[in-house]
Ligand binder design. Sequence first.
Ligand SMILES: NC(=O)c1ccc[n+]([C@@H]2O[C@H](COP(=O)([O-])OP(=O)(O)OC[C@H]3O[C@@H](n4cnc5c(N)ncnc54)[C@H](O)[C@@H]3O)[C@@H](O)[C@H]2O)c1
Length: 362
Amino acid sequence: MSADVDRAAAAANGTTQAARAGADPLGVIVIGAGDMGARHACHWHAIGAAVIAVVDPASARAEAVAALVGAEAHADLGDLLDRGDVHVVSVCTPTYLHAPATVAALEAGKHVLCEKPAALTLRDAVAMQRAAERSGRQLRIGFMRRFDPAYRPLMDFTERAGRPLLAQATITAGVRPKRLMHDALANGGPIIDMCCHVFDLWGRMLGGEPVAVRARGYTFSDDKPELAGIAQRALDSALITLEYAGGSVGQIQVSWGLPSGIEPVERHTYVGPSGMVSVDWPRHITLRDADGVTRWRSRGVDPYLAEITQFRREIVEGASREVPDIGAGIAALRVSLAVLEAIRGHSVTSPAEAVDLEVPTS
Ligand SMILES: NC(=O)c1ccc[n+]([C@@H]2O[C@H](COP(=O)([O-])OP(=O)(O)OC[C@H]3O[C@@H](n4cnc5c(N)ncnc54)[C@H](O)[C@@H]3O)[C@@H](O)[C@H]2O)c1
């Protein structure tokens, strides 16, 4: 478990007494007991929800996470979704399993918080959306960056920089320690898994869906022995250019193909007619404009905790909606798929041209 998850576990332990005394009516199942599952379980517990079960075929993981929050551990869902004291399901499996878990939970009448990205295919994502519509339950996607303290100052600073905005993001890391992250059939590689955060951000910042997509893709990790044996290796590196109506343009330079152990870096710059914004995500943001230099520094709020707290408020207290819904998940996925299509054809495509054919018609 990562240091962040250790901190979440400590928070969960610290609030155990208060949580139980508060007797929150919300019952939660967490599916998938890896890093995200541990985080979700600990945060649900920390805000006073009752984590009823943690489900993972890797039994030791299910048991370890369940023990942190006083839940039952299960190797499979069995008839857990029939329980009346379960109201919410957190889906934290590898991405290719998001759709079956989400659809089953919705069909059983549960609300779902599904980790990002929504799915690997538009077919799966639309099946999730339709299941939500049929059930009348809430289906939200874990774009937790919208709850990062850097999010609002970044939106504010880039607003002050004016439009059109010329955006650039550099996201680099060594080969990811989890092989599934490099598996095209499991988590989809960085164009789906990582860039969805930026596509979601830029969709709001630069003006909806891009009108044109150009990209080149690479597999820098081809000769890296730690990834040997993956049947369908995902592209691990790309240069992506997205054009938006209104003239804003975004370019992403992304790689998960550097030598293992190289520290991850994420830097953005935004240049507009009134200023320039530089971002060392998620800690520092600097705006340079006619008023001089304005700096913002992170206050260290946990965005995952903030997201889960808000989702609980929306379900239990009817708070207005802030946690992104499946529509946002589909929008980001459409851009990822358009980028992959552009890489295949080395051509210019819009998300509509690239992926509409994939949507089932009934
Ligand atoms: N919001 C974010 O910024 C963020 C960050 C990291 C990961 N994620 C996403 O969260 C998801 C999980 O990522 P992770 O890093 O926790 O992965 P992980 O590999 O640490 O954990 C996944 C867990 O799912 C379990 N699993 C596999 N099949 C299962 C099944 N049928 N039923 C139940 N559990 C099953 C695995 O045994 C494993 O324990 C992925 O979709 C990933 O893209 C989101």
